[in-house]
Design a protein around this ligand. Structure first.
Ligand SMILES: Nc1ncnc2c1ncn2[C@@H]1O[C@H](COP(=O)(O)OP(=O)(O)OP(=O)(O)O)[C@@H](O)[C@H]1O
Ligand SMILES: [Mg+2]
Length: 246
């Protein structure tokens, strides 16, 4: 069996008395796309923030490329990137200037070529000179994705990467993610509330509910286990049960 690129063991996060992530363990294999699914407040973003070292776990361990995140944070983060709607970037800079800042922070070389390439891949030519403050939400999402791709990471954490994209761009982003996985062996952990996208993209899915893993497997396996017609039905069943017992 191949060594996972990411191994999470008994991960827990408490905010005061509240447990946001509760004893979560999973692994991502090289080149795997893992979907993190769950209702609002299930603990998906909190999990991703721990994987990025943005918040410290209350308990448990995170190993990336066999190294402990707690002790090898800087080395690990060179090979990891992320995209989320909450990323704050200097709003007074243009799109292109922001990409240059990221490239410099990561110590990239051949920056012009890389920026041109990513702008083209994400079809951002039209707004590359725009001031970031003036971007539409879909354009902003593409900028955060561009930032994530720019550093050619080995692992990408994507928190609702297609949430505000129009169907055409969302389709292109999905195709791009699959292509990067195929050509560069990119491993991806992502979240989405779009069940069709989850089914299409994920090699495996982890279903979180109130911080705990309640189902894990391929979309097909999960659908079969819960005896539902599709992933959307499974989601509705689990989310409603969770709310009724809350
Ligand atoms: N800094 C914090 N302090 C206290 N509670 C927090 C904090 N961050 C998150 N939480 C709580 O932890 C729980 C999980 O939040 P999280 O953002 O991880 O959910 P999520 O699965 O990403 O949901 P969504 O689908 O809405 O994005 C929520 O109940 C949230 O209110
Ligand atoms: Mg979230």
């Amino acid at each position: 069996m191949t060594t996972p690129v990411l191994q999470v063991t008994h991960l827990r996060k408490q905010f005061g008395d509240f447990t946001a992530v509760d004893d979560v363990s999973f692994a991502i294999r090289p080149g795997e796309i893992l979907g993190l699914l769950g209702p609002n407040g299930a603990g998906k973003t909190t999990t991703i923030h721990m994987l990025l070292g943005l918040i410290t776990p209350t308990a448990g361990s995170i190993q990336v490329f066999g190294m402990d995140l707690a002790t090898h944070r800087e080395q690990i983060l060179q090979a990891v990137n992320f995209s989320s709607t909450y990323i704050s970037m200097p709003l007074a800079l243009t799109v292109e200037e922001n990409l240059w800042v990221v490239a410099r922070l990561y110590g990239l070389t051949d920056i012009k070529r890389r920026v041109d390439e990513i702008v083209k891949k994400l079809e951002m030519q039209e707004f590359r000179q725009k001031i970031t403050r003036k971007l539409s939400s879909g354009q902003m999402t593409r900028l955060t994705l561009a930032k994530a791709f720019l550093t050619e990471p080995k692992i990408l954490f994507l928190d609702e990467p297609t949430a505000s994209l129009d169907p055409d761009i969302a389709h292109k982003i999905r195709a791009l993610l699959k292509e990067e996985r195929r050509s560069a062996g990119l491993s991806i952990l992502y979240t989405s509330h779009n069940m069709r996208e989850m089914e299409e993209m994920s090699d495996r899915i982890i279903f979180l509910q109130r911080g705990k893993i309640v189902a894990e497997g391929t979309a097909r396996e999960i659908v079969a286990r819960f005896g539902q017609a599709d992933l959307e039905e499974v989601f509705l069943k689990l989310a409603r049960e969770s709310r009724e017992t809350a």
